[in-house]
Design a protein. Structure first.
Length: 224
């Protein structure tokens, strides 16, 4: 793996993100450990059913950690924090590691953002939403638009970049960490996130989760 100055700078950004939100990383037999859900599997209903949560967390999310733990031993990644693996593997062009590490990290973030939700934006974050999107509806509309721009699998992220908020689409396992941006909210638009509940109605899923599940207060705390 080639570590360049750009990679080093990006790793610094990942470390900053880690201070904001740090998935548990074990150092025993399994280098990277999937954290437990912060709530019961039925806690996100009706927007996300218990069946979807069970399969999404117990099969898909677990699978990313399992595969990462097969690939990482004996590589420089084995001694990194998960956020650092995401950044270093992306910058180093190591797609096999990146896909598993990013999806592992993305989903830890995904489950965490629903804890304590739904809750409305407040304070400086609410002011930033009004400044950059007009209002909460404008923010939700931006998510819907960018979700439609994801062809096939991917994610849509609300990020803070230099104090400005933006909604950005990423294909497959992509996330804002390698770009040095701070992720605030991430919506999974892979079909396994919604198909059991919404079939092909991706836009309906995105709208329901944004309005009825996301803890926007927590998103604002990540911005600071």
């Amino acid at each position: 793996m080639l570590i360049t100055r750009r990679t080093t700078l990006a790793l610094g950004a990942a470390a900053a993100a880690s201070a904001m939100f740090k998935p548990h990383v074990a150092r025993a037999a399994a280098p990277f450990e999937q954290p437990p859900l912060p709530y019961a599997e039925d806690a996100l209903a009706p927007q996300i059913s218990a069946r979807t949560v069970g399969l999404h967390y117990g099969k898909h999310h677990k699978g990313y950690f399992d595969k990462l733990n097969e690939l990482a031993p004996g590589t420089p990644y084995a001694d990194m924090q998960l956020e650092e693996v995401v950044v270093a593997s992306k910058k180093g062009g190591d797609d096999k590691i990146f896909n598993q590490a990013a999806q592992a990290w993305n989903h830890v973030f995904y489950w965490d953002q629903f804890d304590g939700g739904p809750a409305a934006p407040e304070g400086a974050f609410a002011e930033a939403v009004a400044r950059d999107f007009g209002d909460e509806k404008g923010l939700f509309d931006a998510f819907g638009k960018e979700a439609n721009n994801v062809f096939g699998t991917g994610w849509v992220w609300l990020v803070s970049d230099g104090g400005k908020l933006a909604v950005k689409p990423y294909q497959d396992a992509g996330n804002p960490l390698p770009d040095g941006q701070t992720p605030l909210v991430g919506i999974d638009v892979w079909e396994h996130a919604y198909y059991l509940d919404y079939e092909n109605r991706k836009a309906e899923h995105v709208a329901a989760v944004l309005a009825g599940r996301v803890n926007w207060k927590k998103a604002g705390e990540r911005m600071s």
